[in-house]
Ligand binder design. Structure first.
Ligand SMILES: [Zn+2]
Length: 413
């Protein structure tokens, strides 16, 4: 059980959200096969695979004059440009200070997944206990990143699918209690770690605006939104790609610090990541809840620089002062509440490992909202597998997470 999430051993992928700074991520060949061909992809002959019709029909088109072809192509481009303009003009996301989070290229179908600021309208039944709360739910992995698999050699189970199912059940329970819930991944798509956190930052700013808790100036919001939109668009975990944006490097840079200072004020916003565990020791079982503290981040960043010289002296990975400004205790308290909530709902998920663990994960480290990562159970343990594959048990797990959050707030946190 490597405690450094950046150095997973090949067969022990726990903890796998561990957010390697360099984005080294194991690919699952079977998952790759499920990846859709990019729109407009062509076969070896240059024909669009989607083009129907016999070869003779295609030959006909090819005999047209080059001028005719150029005119047709221009008309198509003009039509696409017009369509994009019309769609954008009416897109409610195109308001100042809020990114068009539905339009990250290559991984989202804008028709299937339209996130709008409407979802953040915090008009709830005030009699419900989670009214006014915003919960950002992050189902780990997805798309080409299947997360942990079982069995290792011939996988039948994929963590990414279980995470999404459990997160969806959790969303339903939380909404029934009055919370506004945002799913940071809501289909089988690859969404980078920094993309997820960028979404969290955008929603946090929007929430602050709506609740009158915004401390950032208009120009700061605009500037930060632009930077976060870039991260979403690049959708990558690697340093070289720029996909980490303002989150690159150790410590916390000036721009990220502005977001951190805003987010620590937002007690009614939580970040909850959902994962399933995996370990070579099949006897390990039960739920574990992870959280970050300033010290765990500092220690693991120090180790990273020491053990991997490729991160040293890089302009795109600055080595900054250690950041001390997280609410370490609140993160730890939420972790305990959620672990206890799961246990009261699904007693067989009592773990024989450590129940709450301070560690360093990108999805918790790169924002300053109170947050946890729930490792619901071990895919590698037979009893846990029975629990995690059973729909009714998944519902109970969701109920447990929800109970934990309810108790956390009921006790004045
Ligand atoms: Zn995971």
């Amino acid at each position: 059980m490597s405690q450094d999430p950046r150095v997973p051993s090949p067969r022990n992928r726990r903890p796998h959200t561990g957010a390697p700074r360099d984005g080294r991520r194991p690919l699952n060949p079977q998952d790759m096969r499920r990846t859709h061909a990019a729109p407009g992809s062509t076969n070896n002959n240059g024909f669009d695979r989607r083009t129907p019709g016999p070869p003779s029909a295609r030959r006909k088109v090819r005999r047209k004059s080059p001028v005719f072809s150029v005119v047709i192509v221009c008309l198509i481009f003009a039509a696409i440009a017009l369509a994009i303009y019309l769609v954008n003009r009416e897109n409610p996301l195109n308001t100042p200070g809020f990114g068009d989070v539905s339009a990250a290229p290559g991984n989202r179908d804008p028709n299937a997944d339209i996130r709008t600021t409407e979802q953040l309208l915090l008009i709830n039944d005030p009699s419900l206990p989670l009214s006014g709360k915003l919960i950002l739910l992050d189902p780990g992995h997805g798309g080409t990143d299947s997360g942990a698999v079982y069995p290792f050699d011939q996988p039948r189970y994929y963590e990414a699918e279980w995470n999404l199912a459990i997160a969806e059940a959790t969303r339903d329970k939380l909404e029934a209690q009055g919370a506004v819930v945002i799913m940071l991944r809501d289909d089988d798509a690859w969404v980078s770690l920094y993309h997820r956190v960028a979404l969290a930052h955008l929603y946090a700013m929007e929430y602050a605006k709506q609740t009158g808790e915004l401390t950032l100036s208009d120009s700061e919001v605009r500037e930060l939104t632009g930077m976060l939109d870039d991260i979403i668009e690049i959708n990558s975990d690697t340093v070289d790609s720029g996909g980490m944006g303002l989150m690159s490097g150790t410590g916390v840079g000036a721009d990220l610090a502005k977001l951190f200072a805003q987010e620590i004020l937002l007690d009614n916003v939580l970040y909850v990541s959902i994962h399933c565990n995996s370990n070579e020791m099949s006897s390990l079982h039960g739920a574990q809840v992870y959280y970050v503290t300033d010290d765990t981040v500092a220690e693991s960043e120090r180790r990273l620089l020491e053990e991997d010289p490729s991160y040293q002296n890089r302009a795109d990975f600055p080595d900054r002062e250690v950041y001390y400004g997280r609410d370490n205790d609140r993160n730890a308290v939420l972790a305990t509440y959620i672990y206890d909530g799961i246990l009261s709902s699904v007693p067989q998920l009592e773990t024989n490992a450590q129940s709450t663990v301070a560690d360093n994960f990108a999805v918790l480290r790169e924002h300053n909202l109170t947050g946890v990562m729930v490792e619901v159970g071990f895919m590698t343990n037979a009893d846990d597998r029975d629990t995690l594959t059973d729909d009714a048990s998944r519902g109970k797990i969701a109920e447990g997470i929800c109970e934990g959050i309810l108790a956390f707030y009921a006790d004045g946190n």
